[in-house]
Design a protein around this ligand. Structure first.
Ligand code: CS2
Length: 504
């Protein structure tokens, strides 16, 4: 992080210009109603903005305590700024800076775990929300269930109630406190890109409780079964890149203030939630949130059309030397592959929700990806592919394979991912691929080192459970992935995309 230039005053509660504030209420720690796990950029440009809109409409105890997992940078900078930060909405039309001002506290779980547990268990906490990314849920990609081999899960199950290290451990220990103490109901609100995120979180919480040593989990299990905790499904959508100095400079220009932790975001934002809250909730509809009984069609639409296609754009782009999503999606061969995977392979696997104009939605997706002012990087979307692709690829791929069709562009997506993360010796996937972070990197590299060609590599990866249990039953899919791996490495992404287009 940079240090504030001496001449520019630092953003603070007193300095924040009222024209940028999204609401005018004064929140104190006593107004905390939400504890949010995952203090990253997405939360700060999404839920926080909806909460500010809700507060602008009606007063309520909806201050947010934001909890970072391990890194102290954002939390400490926010403390130095009276918990204020800027959302820098960037588009080719210009910049709009707003200050949500909804946080009433920030904590770092690794540094102050007891405070985190107290906040989660406090009777005033009505909503525990999460943006911990797909792998923050510590589930096994193979089974979808709790990953009992995960060292953090093992540690949290066996011991320390006051300083759990996993998200599930934190939640379950807090629920135990609530069940044994004041008993105030609470909503656990997943805001991550997992299909059926609420159901999935509930299942993992229940599995975690079931795995606790005898005598530890019974009370909380009964309390949960009595309906004191709800887990609504949600669909969240806003492209929110990582912060760079460009936003710090832009905010300093627009507000005359130095913000160490501004959040860049696109103008578009969408939130669809199941209206199933155990205690009260903010009037998020004031910010445009949509409440509905069935979120699934929206989740599938988003996770497949946006996120699934996004992955292909990221991996093909990185292999083509493109730093950003707009640079990648501007390449005609990438646009063509993106259109093919979206229309021909993802779309047949879902039902478009009532009221969504599909052509307009897709047109808007391509416009959003082309937002060059945003500078969303291929390495960011390409990171954590081992957990993201598990949400995006298997179900649509299986649908086609069961009907005897080969989903060539889904195979190309997996192949491009494998080439970025585990290139064979002698193949350089380039700096953007090399910068992708993925918990499976070492495991994939080991499989790559053991196998001679693309097909044996892809088969080993799929057999290893990267995309669940069922895809390995279709060896033709692994073979197709393998052919694309070889093609990507010998003739490059353009030739591989051309081959996919010809086969489709
Ligand atoms: C992206 C998402 O990183 C990724 O995998 O597809 O972060 C995407 O930008 C958001 O889900 C948009 O809502």
């Amino acid at each position: 992080m940079t240090t504030a230039p001496a001449r520019t005053p630092r953003l603070s509660a007193a300095a924040a210009p009222s024209s940028a504030l999204l609401h005018s209420r004064t929140l104190t720690a006593a107004d905390t109603g939400i504890v949010h796990l995952g203090l990253g950029n997405f939360h700060r440009a999404h839920q926080a903005v909806y909460t500010a809109a809700a507060l602008a409409q009606e007063a309520g105890p909806w201050g947010i305590v934001g909890v970072a997992g391990r890194s102290t940078g954002v939390a400490d900078a926010l403390r130095a700024q009276d918990l204020r930060y800027t959302v820098a909405e960037v588009s080719p039309d210009g910049l709009r800076c707003t200050v949500p001002a909804v946080h009433t506290g920030v904590l770092v779980a690794a540094r102050e775990p007891e405070h985190v547990q107290q906040a989660l268990a406090a009777p005033g906490t009505r909503v525990i929300s999460l943006t911990v990314t797909e792998h923050g849920y510590t589930f096994s990609p193979r089974t979808g269930g709790l990953d009992l081999d995960h060292p953090g899960v093992r540690a949290d199950l066996s011991g320390n109630r006051t300083a759990p290290v996993t998200t599930l451990g934190r939640i379950v220990r807090a629920l135990q406190e609530r069940a044994a103490g004041h008993g105030a109901p609470v909503t656990v609100l997943s805001c991550d890109n997992l299909v059926g995120n609420g159901h999935h979180t509930r299942r993992l919480v229940e599995e975690f409780i079931a795995q606790l040593p005898a005598g530890e989990g019974e009370e909380v299990a009964a309390w949960l079964a009595a309906g004191n905790v709800t887990f609504p499904d949600t669909m969240v959508d806003r492209i929110v890149p990582a912060t760079t100095d460009a936003e710090r400079t832009a905010v300093a220009g627009a507000l005359g203030l130095h913000d160490e932790v501004p959040v860049p975001a696109e103008p578009f934002s969408m939130w669809v939630l199941q209206d199933h809250f155990a205690a009260a909730r903010p009037a998020w509809e004031a910010g445009g949130a949509l409440f509905t009984d069935d979120v699934t069609p929206y989740e599938l639409l988003k996770v497949r059309l946006l996120n699934g296609t996004h992955s292909l754009i990221a991996y093909l782009g990185a292999l083509d030397g493109r730093d950003t999503i707009p640079e990648s999606s501007a390449q005609p061969f990438v646009t063509e592959a993106a259109r093919a995977v979206l229309w021909d392979e993802y779309l047949p696997s879902l039902t478009v929700p009532d009221g969504v104009d599909l052509d307009a939605y897709v047109k808007q997706l391509f416009t959003r990806w082309a937002n060059s002012a945003l500078g969303h990087r291929t390495r960011q979307v390409g990171s954590d592919g081992s957990v993201k692709l598990r949400q995006r690829i298997p179900d649509p791929a299986l649908l086609h394979l069961r009907s005897g069709r080969m989903p060539h562009h889904l195979a190309l997506t997996v192949a491009a991912y494998l080439c970025c993360l585990a290139p064979s010796a002698g193949f350089d996937p380039g700096e953007h691929a090399a910068a992708m972070v993925d918990p499976a990197r070492e495991r994939l590299a080991a499989l790559r080192a053991k196998t001679a060609d693309g097909t044996s590599f892809a088969t080993a990866v799929l057999d290893d459970g990267l995309l669940g249990d069922e895809l390995p039953q279709y060896p033709a899919f692994a073979a197709r992935v393998g052919e694309f791996v070889d093609l990507l490495q010998t003739r490059g992404p353009r030739a591989a995309a051309a081959e996919a287009a010809e086969s489709a």
